[in-house]
Design a protein around this ligand. Structure first.
Ligand SMILES: Nc1ncnc2c1ncn2[C@@H]1O[C@H](COP(=O)(O)OP(=O)(O)O)[C@@H](O)[C@H]1O
Ligand SMILES: [Mg+2]
Length: 245
């Protein structure tokens, strides 16, 4: 079953085609890696799927529903949630209240008491392994724990499709591996579909079902991690060197 379909989607900023006529589909339950050199258009694509930007042209459907013109909150309500490259948390709020705040922002939470929201937030903090840090202010958490909290915040929106923008950047290899395992576990437990941007290709390669490769706004390759790693266009994009055919 197709959960997400991106069809001929483009987005320019001034003269730059950040996303250039991109088409792909994602099956329910897949983990899809999204890679490409800096400036390739990965974050812009995530912004187009989550609704932070509207495409100049093209169409995006989610569970068969045309969401191209829907606002971010409408897409969140349908089950699209994302993490940010730079975690978007309230610095002066505790870890627990940051997640409770996300719960309360949900459309179905209008009649929820703070007590109920906190109880649910505890569940998500526990899921990412941050329960012990619940009373620490977000601004006092180290980067690794901020990334976990950012993940808990995104999960608190109860997504069906989770878009992850660089959960591992700036972390040491041990932390990156812990996040990788956590994301696999969470995917199974919460029955998620995931699109995952990451620069740590080695870790991404052994985790995802399929990889999409962007370069200068275009989707230049798509396939299993092995197929993509052997694709001359991809090697060229990463090394900047032409590979003899
Ligand atoms: N809001 C914006 N305004 C102007 N240019 C942007 C904006 N967002 C992205 N871009 C440009 O679009 C291109 C793709 O950026 P981005 O999607 O952030 O790439 P990636 O995430 O793959 O590094 C870059 O050239 C970037 O400078
Ligand atoms: Mg980016």
């Amino acid at each position: 079953m197709i959960i997400l379909s991106v069809h001929n989607v483009s987005k320019s900023f001034g003269g730059i085609k950040a996303v250039d006529n991109v088409t792909f589909k994602v099956e329910k339950g897949e983990i899809v890696g999204l890679i490409g050199p800096n400036g390739a258009g990965k974050t812009t694509l995530i912004n187009l799927i989550s609704g932070f930007y509207k495409p100049d042209s093209g169409k995006i459907t989610f569970n068969g529903l045309d969401i191209t013109k829907k606002q971010p909150y409408e897409r969140a309500k349908l089950g699209i949630s994302r993490t940010f490259q730079n975690p978007r948390l309230v610095p002066n709020m505790t870890a627990l209240l940051n997640v409770a705040y996300a719960v309360l922002g949900r459309d179905d939470a209008k009649k929820m008491s703070l007590y109920e929201a906190v109880a649910e937030a505890i569940y998500y903090l526990d899921l990412v392994g941050l329960l012990q840090k619940r009373d620490i202010l977000a601004k006092d958490l180290p980067l690794y724990e901020l990334r976990l909290l950012e993940l808990a915040r995104a999960l608190a929106l109860r997504p069906k499709l989770l878009l992850i923008d660089e959960a591992m950047a700036g972390l040491n290899p041990g932390e990156a591996e812990k996040i990788r395992k956590l994301i696999i576990n969470i995917k199974e437990q919460l029955d998620l579909t995931i699109i995952w941007i990451e620069h740590v290709l080695r870790l991404l390669m052994k985790t995802v079902d399929r990889i999409l490769v962007m370069h200068y706004g275009k989707l230049i390759a798509e396939g299993t991690p092995r197929e993509v790693a052997e694709n001359p266009l991809v090697i060229e994009a990463y090394t900047g060197k032409r590979i003899a055919a």
